[in-house]
Design a protein around this ligand. Structure first.
Ligand SMILES: Nc1ncnc2c1ncn2[C@@H]1O[C@H](COP(=O)(O)OP(=O)(O)OP(=O)(O)O)[C@@H](O)[C@H]1O
Ligand SMILES: [Mg+2]
Length: 431
């Protein structure tokens, strides 16, 4: 390591004083490694890691108050760029798995030799350095690592599709959109049927429900990448799908907490996670999906009832304190002539329409009955073109936050975003 003028800065966290001293002594003559400090407790380790920003934390597992696995989890979230090497007298698979899931890079079983220790530290450090070198120095884009070297490197984006009104086109749009995003981005894309009682995703995509979310029932505590992969089904587009239970009574058994854990695990494994929903805010599971969403595609149509419901829903999102840019309005069958103008609707509900989706005519129903999303079978259909345009916006990150910024000028100009005139005002402006 003579070619590296930067010493590897190491923090040792172990509750036993002899072990700490042994480790420090073992490393004393290594010219490229500097022990910057040591800690005796998990929390102290976290505090020192935050303060000193070491390259590597050498972390014991068994410690009083907080164990090394919990401490590692927190460090991985709160101290970007740091790598953890875990040490334990137990070398069992389960410990190893837990350590790796917490984000540890290597696992040393005590007692280990000085050579083993040093080579492990150098190996992890070099690995981190090369990752840093090749990591894109760009800002966070949805679906890409949140921080170049940070803990949330593989956190995906949850995009749910909701509407307070049923039968408005959610499942049709989300099945096509997820396929389109997969085709455009070539990233890891998942689709979850969160319509837990009467999910239609399987039918619309011609996927037999050999496995569903119900197969995770009772196994949530041990949920990990492997288990998740076991229940996800693969569509011909390579999209991964987690189907809703095959019977409504099974849907009732899925709790909000289950769903939360499943979505969290999906975030660790996919770049985009699309989630279909049903029209209920009474169901805890639906609220959980909305809470956890980075973006809620909210589907509406050019009908007074739909507009009224959307307005009420937007009020609910204000009560829930969702940021405005978490909601992206999608106007379905935007080309239908119903005597209402999109601009007037935007003014009435105080929200911009982020995307328009044209009517696909009977071809949409035909595609549903065949079980092949229209974007695959008829990419030139106006519906497919609009879905692809929306997919591009998602992949480019120009929907949500950035779009709000881009359309900010419009807000101050022609299109008013303050609620004005109410629904009756809209009636008056019907054309
Ligand atoms: N843009 C469109 N063009 C043509 N047909 C459409 C369009 N959007 C939706 N449809 C049709 O509307 C019907 C309802 O759509 P879909 O099942 O996707 O709605 P939903 O909101 O998921 O309903 P549910 O409340 O049952 O979950 C379907 O038959 C579909 O073919
Ligand atoms: Mg549906």
């Amino acid at each position: 390591m003579t070619d590296n003028p930067h010493k590897i800065r190491l923090l040792v966290v172990d509750d036993i004083v002899e072990t700490r001293n042994n480790l420090i002594n073992l490393l004393y003559f290594e010219r490229d490694i500097e022990v910057v400090d040591s800690a005796t407790r998990g929390q102290e380790g976290i505090d020192k890691a935050k303060k000193l920003n070491p390259d590597i934390v050498l972390m014991d597992i068994n410690m009083p108050d907080m164990n090394g696995i919990q401490a590692t989890e927190i460090i991985m979230k709160q101290v970007p760029g740091v790598a953890v090497i875990m040490m334990s007298v137990q070398g069992e698979q389960d410990y190893l798995r837990q350590a790796m899931r917490a984000g540890a890079r290597e696992f040393l079983v005590k007692p280990f030799s000085g050579d083993e220790l040093v080579s492990s530290i150098r190996h992890v450090y070099q690995d981190e350095q090369s990752k840093r070198r090749f990591a894109p120095q760009t800002q966070y884009q949805p679906g890409t690592p949140a921080t170049p070297n940070g803990a949330e490197a593989s956190q995906g984006e949850i995009i749910s599709i909701f509407s307070p009104k049923g039968g408005i086109g959610r499942t049709t749009i989300v099945t096509n959109l997820a396929v389109a995003v997969k085709q455009i981005s070539k990233k890891r894309v998942a689709l979850v049927d969160g319509s837990l009682f009467f999910g239609d995703v399987g039918i619309m995509m011609d996927i037999r429900n050999t496995k569903t979310i119900s197969d995770l029932q009772g196994r949530i505590e041990t949920l990990d990448t492997q288990l998740l992969q076991d229940v996800m089904l693969t569509h011909s587009s390579e999209l991964k799908v987690l189907l809703a239970p095959s019977k409504p009574d099974q849907g009732e058994l899925i709790t909000a907490d289950d769903l939360k854990k499943i979505l969290k695990e999906l975030k660790n494994n996919y770049d985009y996670i699309f989630v279909d929903t049903f029209s209920s805010l009474k169901e805890e599971t639906q609220l959980t999906i909305l809470d956890m969403s980075d973006l809620i595609l909210t589907v509406m149509s050019l009908e007074m009832t739909a507009i009224k419901d959307i307005r009420l829903f937007l009020e609910v999102t204000e009560i829930l304190e969702y940021p405005k840019d978490k909601i992206a309005l999608v106007l379905n069958r935007a080309d239908s002539k119903h005597g209402l103008r999109a601009e007037n609707i935007e003014a009435t509900i105080g929200h911009q329409i982020a995307a328009n989706v044209s009517s696909g005519g009977p071809a949409v129903t035909l595609s549903i009955n065949r079980g092949t999303p229209l974007v695959i079978d008829a990419p030139d259909n106006p519906f497919s073109k609009d879905i692809n345009a929306l997919a591009h916006k998602i992949v480019d990150g120009t929907i949500g936050k950035k779009e709000e910024a881009a359309t900010g000028a419009k807000k101050n100009g022609k299109v008013k975003t303050k609620k004005s005139g109410g629904l009756f005002g809209l009636f008056a402006r019907r054309k």
